[in-house]
Structures are given as C-alpha cells and as structure tokens.
Design a protein around this ligand. Structure first.
Ligand SMILES: Cc1ncc(COP(=O)(O)O)c(C=O)c1O
Length: 319
C-alpha cells in the first residue's frame, strides 16, 4: 500500500467561498455524517512540467456524472456543471499547485437532525489536494477475491458514487490488506466479477479485452470508458463487455485495474495464482503508455479530454 501523506492547510471551496481547510467545518449532527447520504467525485489533475500547467482529465464528464448521481439521493446541487468546472480551476490557481492533484467535490445532506431519510437540506464543497500514485503502477499487484460481495443495485447503487456505499469497498480493501494482499476483487451476489474497491477491472483473454458490464454493480468508470476507446482506436483490440467468471481471473493472460486514483495498475496474481507470465503484460503496458501520454495532453487526438487549469477558459455552457 502506498502511504497517503497528511494534507496541509490548502484552500477549499466551502459554503460558497474559498477558505482554509482548517476553517471548513460541519456540525457533528450533519445527516450525511451519520447515514452516508452524500455523493462525491474524484478527478485527477496532472502536472506537466513542460507546459507548466495542470490538466484535469475529463473534468466535465466527472461533474456531469455527479449531477446525474445526485438525483439518486434527491440532492439539489447549488451549482451548474460549468460552474463546478470553473471552481475546480480556480481552486488549483488559488493554491498555486505545481504537482499532480486530486479534486474531491462532495454534495451532502446537511440537515442537522436525527432520523434516517433523504433529508431536505443539501450542501456542497470542493477540496483540491496534492496527490501522487494511489496504487503502485510500476509492478504487478497481488490481489484476492473478497469475501465481501459488491452491494447490489437495489441495495445501494454502485453507479451512484454514494458515500455510504463505500463502506462495502472499505471492508473489502481492509480484508485484503490485512491478509497481505495489495487489493481485492469484488464479486457480485451472482458470483461474477464486479470491480475493485475503487477501480474497474479489465482482463485480456483470447486476444480480447474483457470488462464487466454496467449492470454488474460497478461504478460506470470514466477511466474504463477511456480504456475501451484507447484499446479499440489505438491498439485495434476487440473489447468485450460481458460477465466474467471468478475462475477466468485464474486462467486469463493479463489483468489490470483502472480508475482515476488507480490509473492503470497491473494485477499479476489472484488468490496466490500467477496471472499470465507473472509480469506486467504487453497489452497492459501499451494501455499504460497511452493513458500516461493522454492525461498530460501529449496526444492531440484526445486533447478534448484535457482541461488546462492555468490557461482555463470559463465554460460557456449554462448547464
Ligand atoms: C468503486 C469504483 N469503481 C471504479 C472507479 C473508477 O472510476 P473512474 O474511472 O470514473 O474514476 C472508482 C473511482 O472513482 C470507484 O470508486
């Protein structure tokens, strides 16, 4: 596990203004704190020393997903997608970051009361923090299949990025770490592969890239979508979106996690069984190479995925 450094007193956007992190405080009666009634996002900004800029990866798509997901919890966002994009750039500028960053917007039920329901009051903040690697992308990971099943859509929808739902991920990650594994793969109640606790999963099998479908209790990942497009268009690799059996993890050629925090992280063993050659596979390496170039705006075809933080132009859209 990569240790996470303590976060300094960065400026954050909280209750309509920019304040130091230490001054952004919520009541201990805040409903979301008790019941997990909140929706969040995670967005990376990549520092490119050559251009002296930070590029957000698919910024607008993240806020569009957040807006859709807020509907699940009947949270009314106080800002438009464009305004949230603008604020993210302003946060980076005000903090004068010159390194990789992570943007964490969170919309939450802010009513101060006891009682389980979707409370009436909503609030919203955005935090931007320096952020390095979350998983080690330079070596293969040893993972286990978790004894914790992924929550079903009609229990807590995984596509929602709902705070309370991440207890499921925390249980799986903790079990894996305390048993000496790097990470976990979670199965759905049906026994099919779902995803990791914070990352989608891809398998290479029979010269195809395979990933579980959107109805397998996964977060509909933006990195997953990017990997599918890069594999099809740049590697000319067929991509199959289908159910994956647990045992396919043991007999496939390559496996990797992908996600905003995870980036592209190779998996070289599952439940102490070697995957493929036991080294980072060729397809995984190619996907990593493409992804690492695209996110720092070094691939003009995908320039629309990158939003400059320091040369930011305000979004014209009213939504
Ligand atoms: C449970 C889960 N799955 C997958 C992902 C990857 O999604 P994305 O690529 O949009 O970051 C995340 C990360 O946010 C996640 O929390």
């Amino acid at each position: 596990m990569i240790p996470h450094p303590e976060i300094g007193n960065v400026l954050v956007y909280f209750q309509g203004e920019f304040v130091p992190l230490e001054d952004a405080k919520v009541s201990i009666l805040t409903q979301a704190l008790h019941y997990g009634t909140a929706v969040f996002e995670g967005i990376r900004g990549y520092w490119d020393a050559e251009s002296g800029d930070i590029y957000f990866f698919r910024l607008r798509e993240h806020y569009e997903r957040m807006k859709r997901n807020c509907n699940l919890l009947k949270i009314k966002l106080p800002l438009t997608v464009s305004e949230m994009c603008d604020l993210s750039a302003e946060l980076v500028q005000r903090n004068k970051f010159a390194e990789n960053v992570y943007i964490r917007p969170l919309a939450y039920k802010s009513t101060r009361s006891i009682g389980v329901r979707l409370a009436a009051d909503d609030d919203f903040f955005i935090v931007a923090v320096p952020f390095g690697d979350y998983l080690d992308t330079h070596r293969g990971l040893d993972v286990c299949t978790s004894s914790w099943r992924r929550t079903e859509d009609n229990a807590i929808p995984c596509r929602g990025k709902i705070s309370g739902g991440y207890v499921n991920c925390a249980l799986a990650a903790d079990e894996a770490h305390s048993s000496g594994f790097d990470e976990a793969v979670m199965l759905s109640e049906s026994g099919h592969v779902s995803e990791g606790p914070g990352f989608n999963i891809f398998m290479v099998r029979n010269h195809k890239l395979v990933t579980p479908g959107e109805t397998e209790n996964i977060l509909e990942g933006i990195t997953r979508d990017s990997v599918i497009r890069l594999a099809q268009e740049e590697l000319h690799l067929p991509v199959e979106v289908r159910k994956i059996d647990r045992s396919e993890l043991y007999v496939c050629d390559e496996l990797f996690f992908c996600g905003t925090a995870a980036q592209i992280a190779s998996i070289t063993s599952v439940d102490r069984r070697v995957v493929g050659t036991g080294e980072i596979g060729m397809v995984t390496r190619e996907v990593q190479k493409l992804y690492n170039a695209v996110v720092v705006n070094k691939f003009p075809k995908y320039a629309e995925w990158c939003t400059s933080a320091y040369r930011y132009q305000r979004a014209e859209m009213a939504i």
